[in-house]
Design a binder for this molecule. Structure first.
Ligand code: FPP
Length: 253
């Protein structure tokens, strides 16, 4: 905890929670056991985020591609989601956490849609951490949807092609209401983005760890934030330009 600089916290952290299956296999358990243990990490990371003052936390809980997993695993994951949200919604409220969902909500089982909608409505006015669950989400799906909307507006003369820019595209994504993540964490050793927030991660710092998601807890999370805080974010500029800007800001304060 001491190693975190509270003045330099990322506003938005996005996480690819990977490795539940491998974690379970290493213990001769089935994959679903790994997902159940993964929920304990979700709980801890959400609580730590709220406690230290992270404003937005996006968790990749179920991708569009995850529908291709064995039916028993998909059913178990949906059940786990419904049960977890049902069990946790009161604590989310107590901790002033607002729940949001990005993704193709309509493709989720009706029970899951209803549970999510209820929890979203119940927590809608909370002002602390915004917890964004990516469910049946993929960045390519999101971009296709955005492009369709923009093309329709152009075709019906409601939008001029010249008005299409970075901000307009952002405004048509499912994350329109949130700032882009500054830090993206992926657990379990894979160095991929896996169709996650492709547009929004353009300038995010990427942090990869070999730790499987069920073992990714408070200490590992704070370590990732500490690592982020030691990086120089240049946004295409030179290191000298960044240093000069920092000196100027310091002198004007
Ligand atoms: C990746 O591990 C994990 C998932 C696809 C699901 C993540 C879901 C949870 C942690 C539980 C439910 C979440 C919430 C928000 C309540 P994997 O199965 O791909 O692991 P592997 O790569 O080792 O096979």
């Amino acid at each position: 905890m001491e190693s975190i600089d509270y003045a330099k916290l990322p506003q938005h952290i996005a996480i690819i929670m990977d490795g539940n299956g491998r974690w379970a296999k290493e213990r001769n358990k089935d994959r679903v056991y790994g997902h159940h243990e993964g929920v304990l990490s979700v709980r801890e990371i959400v609580n730590v985020s709220a406690e230290i003052g992270i404003q937005y936390l996006t968790l990749y809980a179920f991708s569009t591609e995850n529908w291709n997993r064995p039916k028993e695993e998909v059913d178990a994951l949906m059940e786990l989601l419904v049960n977890t949200i049902r069990k946790e919604v009161n604590d989310l409220n107590k901790n002033n956490i607002r729940l949001c969902v990005i993704g193709d909500m309509g493709s989720l089982p009706m029970k899951c849609q209803i549970e999510m909608k209820e929890a979203i409505d119940l927590t809608a006015t909370n002002t602390g951490l915004t917890l964004i669950l990516a469910l049946s989400y993929s960045a390519k799906w999101e971009l296709v949807e955005a492009i369709k909307k923009i093309a329709t507006a152009v075709k019906s003369d409601q939008l001029n092609v010249e008005a299409i820019n970075d901000a307009l595209i952002s405004a048509h994504l499912s994350t329109a209401a949130f700032p882009d993540p500054e830090l993206m964490i992926r657990t379990s050793g894979e160095h991929r983005i896996s169709n996650f927030l492709l547009f929004q991660l353009a300038y995010a710092e990427l942090y990869f760890t070999s730790t499987h998601w069920p073992d990714f807890r408070r200490e590992q999370f704070l370590q990732a934030i500490g690592d982020y805080q030691n990086r120089e974010r240049r946004f295409g500029k030179t290191s000298e330009q960044i240093q000069t800007n920092l000196t100027n800001v310091d002198e004007s304060n």
